[in-house]
Write a new protein. Sequence first.
Length: 445
Amino acid sequence: MSVHRGREHWRSRFGFLMAAIGSAVGLGNMWRFSYLTAEHGGAAFVLLYVLMLFFIAVPILLAEMVIGRGAARGPVQALGFFGGRAWKSLGAVFVAAGFVIASYYSVIAGWTLRYTLEAIFIGFADDPVGHFTRISSGGEALAWHLIFMAGSLWIVANGVTGGIERTAVIVMPLLFLVVCGLAVYAATLPGAGPGYAYYLNAEDYFAIFSPAVLADAAGQAFFSLSLGMGAMLTYASYLERTTNLPLQSGMIAVADFAIAFIAGLVVFPLLFALGLAQDVSESTLGALFITLPKAFLELGLVGRAIGALFFAALVVGALTSLISLLEVVVASTIDIVDWDRRRATIVTGIAAAALGVPAAIHLPVLDAMDQVATHILLIGGGLALAVFTGWRMEDPESEVALGAGHYFWLPLWRRILRYAVPVVLGLLMLQSVPRTIANVIALFD
Ligand code: TRP
């Protein structure tokens, strides 16, 4: 079977790992994870999230890598390759999800870029609330969105090894160092203690056990690991068949959780030390872009430097994530219409940038896109992928075993995909889809 028709390969395993971690680590870790944890009362949510991450999301991560590497194609063709024509439509849904997420993700990424440059050159604004309101929607938000999108597209246009891998091997280790350094700094602040308590000691685990919180934990696990729309599938399609996929997926998941967790060790001590704890509990989409600058402002010149580093880390995370979202769309376009990479990048990039325009000029649109993407597209995509790998693929275990050997738990993995994932995600979707639709409608009232 000549599946690997001269397709580009990662230059090194480290390069793949950094690119995949780069995809996973992003706004999800340093913005979404903190605000969801705050919204759902702290430590108990963290625990729930870890359970979702390792029992539901990681098996799907492995499934995506198996499909991608096995077919050596983007999601549409890969699902067709293993499942026949009908399954190609699932790949098409993935590509559509890639468009949606990339477009609003780039808007938020644009905010982070602006905050970074402001911190460096002029300092944080005196009224963080007014500032966020001014910059988060409208013409300027649109301009920063377009700038960020253009930069990301430029990297994707340079190819898998020449653009994506080259960027990731440089910036990801830096990001890790910066985030760890910030956590150490936060620990030195007087009054940080209650922040750790809020983040790490759950009073009552059962109080938060609602379907809505479970759905948020699951949605976040998928979002953070870049699952449910073929991003990891696409990156794995550039792997050699000698790679140990379970090992890689384990390392990606651990690194992704570590960065989210360490980012929490920056955010919570900082907010509590500066008496901004009450802002945390009513956290919403924009909260971190308001409360963190408040904290940085109060810390004077040091705060400005720390803030610049924090937002720069967000920029880097967002950049390596956005390029993975765009790569799904670009790789599929190359597979299907046989354009060269440059042309595919320009055409799909213009489309994604245009789709981001409504999100950039009206904040509720952005919020709505995020809710629909995570609660419906990603969870639905993960569910469909589990069914596909569990029931439709003939022998996914053998593809795992290539490069890894026969792990004793392989049959268990298959069973998780067959039964556990569909049941858990199916039940969650039954109640979260109507609620998401209601939420989205309420946003526009
Ligand atoms: N995982 C990234 C984050 O946490 C976002 C992201 C990149 C993503 N690629 C994705 C989310 C694919 C869902 C699907 O910020």
